[in-house]
Structures are given as structure tokens and as C-alpha cells.
Design a protein. Structure first.
Length: 138
């Protein structure tokens, strides 16, 4: 049994990214997230908390030199999928195409419409919404 005073109320992934500018272009310009908090060092964005409806995630670019250095090897997000439950995944699909991204065409899996994209670091994002499981077209 969880203690009501310490029970988690939500989870917000923190994604380490290799190029925060490319990630901002993908999440903000491409998907429509909005930055609600940011941290800069010497005028350079290093961390941001973003929201998309009720969903939130954070991105952070760690320094490549010094005590906190991090140099990713390969696609850091490989094998990680973030599932964003939404009202209409098919509408998300068309919206992000209009913003210049190339999502996977919507399909029905597990009774949900699903459209997927991969961010610049290899993190997969699945936008999912309820569907009639007999339906399978956009």
C-alpha cells in the first residue's frame, strides 16, 4: 500500500539529448509542444520542460567536457518508446505532416489508433487514441 502523502501524481520523462536545438525544433516546431520552463547556462539552453496538452517531458543537453561530461554513443533513445494518449491520433498524424515531420501512417493496434515518430536522438513517440478495432485506415 502506498502512503498518500508520498504517492506519485505523475511521471515526466527526462530525455538526455545530444543537440538540444535539434530537439527543440522537433518537439516545439514539429510536434507543437510548448516550453514552460527552461534553464540556460551562459545564454545557451541546457534544459527545458515542455507540455503537449496534459503530457509533459523534459530534455537536457549535458556538457561534452568537464566533470558532468556526457558523450552519447549511438542513438541514445534506441529501445525507448513514449506513449502519448491523445484524443485523436489520426489528427496528430495530419498535424505533424503539416509541420514538416514524417510520422508513420496511423494503424490500429490493441484497440488504439497509433501513429509514431522518432526524435533526433532515437526516442520513439507513439500518439495513441481509442479506435474501433475493425477500422484500419487513416
Amino acid at each position: 500500500m502506498t502512503d498518500p502523502d508520498t504517492e506519485a501524481t505523475r511521471i515526466e520523462p527526462l530525455l538526455n539529448v545530444s543537440d538540444i536545438r535539434a530537439s527543440v525544433r522537433f518537439y516545439v516546431d514539429g510536434l507543437g509542444f510548448r516550453i514552460v520552463n527552461r534553464w540556460e547556462v551562459s545564454g545557451e539552453l541546457r534544459w527545458a520542460r515542455m507540455e503537449y496538452g496534459d503530457a509533459a517531458l523534459m530534455i537536457q543537453q549535458l556538457p561534452i567536457q568537464g566533470a558532468d561530461a556526457w558523450r552519447p554513443v549511438g542513438a541514445v533513445g534506441q529501445g525507448i518508446t513514449l506513449c502519448l494518449m491523445c484524443t485523436d491520433a489520426r489528427r496528430v498524424y495530419h498535424s505533424v505532416i503539416d509541420r514538416g515531420l514524417q510520422p508513420r501512417p496511423p494503424y490500429v493496434g490493441n484497440g488504439l489508433w497509433v501513429t509514431s515518430l522518432t526524435d533526433p536522438d532515437g526516442y520513439r513517440l507513439d500518439f495513441e487514441s481509442p479506435a474501433d478495432s475493425t477500422t484500419s485506415s487513416t
